[in-house]
Design a protein. Sequence first.
Length: 268
Amino acid sequence: MAQPTALTDPAALARNRARAHALFLQDTARDELQDRVAMVNKPFHAAAVVTGFPAVWTQSDATIVSDNDVLDIAEGAHDLVMHSLGLHWANDPVGQLIQCRRALKPDGLLLAASLGGQSLHELRACLAEAEIAVSGGLSPRVAPMAELRDLGALLQRAGLALPVADSVPLSVQYRDMWHLMRDLRAMGEGNALTARLRHPTRRAVFDRAADIYSTTYPGDTGGIIATFELIVLTGWAPDASQPQPLRPGSATARLADALGTDETPLSD
């Protein structure tokens, strides 16, 4: 049986990241993860960070792990693992989370920051409309990114306890679409899809997309607006000390009594 084609081209991704020099999204993800760690009422002594941008974490005492398909991380060696802004490029995101969970000690914490499905929805829509109008076809240009509910479900598939997923929307104003695309390249977030076009796109496609973008998604004070959705996943390695759900039907008190209200039975 033929193996499915990988979503991401690792060589292209590595080239894009090697040219990166403006890492505001990666800095934002780092700050968000560190803030979440600071809010946990528990000390951590053996942290690891899974990232494609180790320079962003130079001030951290954590062990730095490259976000390759197979993580170079020891099983049961860490009480905290942070996966920073790489899941949207992973060919096997649930596999990444499973490897992180295996690296955790019992009751260890996993925090993962990923770009979510609302990220760059404006750019995707404008490029698609322009390419269809100019060339009559459509090609992959922006990596597909999972929605909040889908990413939250990955935590359960990875065997993590007490899973939580929440979204941090970021709205950024750019001068024009060209400015946005240059910034994406500077962040190492250029097109690294395996199915991407391997020849230059006609300039008319981008000119049309830029016109559509400036008309459809204008900024409040000029320019255009671009959305980045940062999704943060939280889960714990299972441990007997954690809160456990009660067996269905084992309750000894009525919710109506606790709320001080009358219970209305369902009609037959």
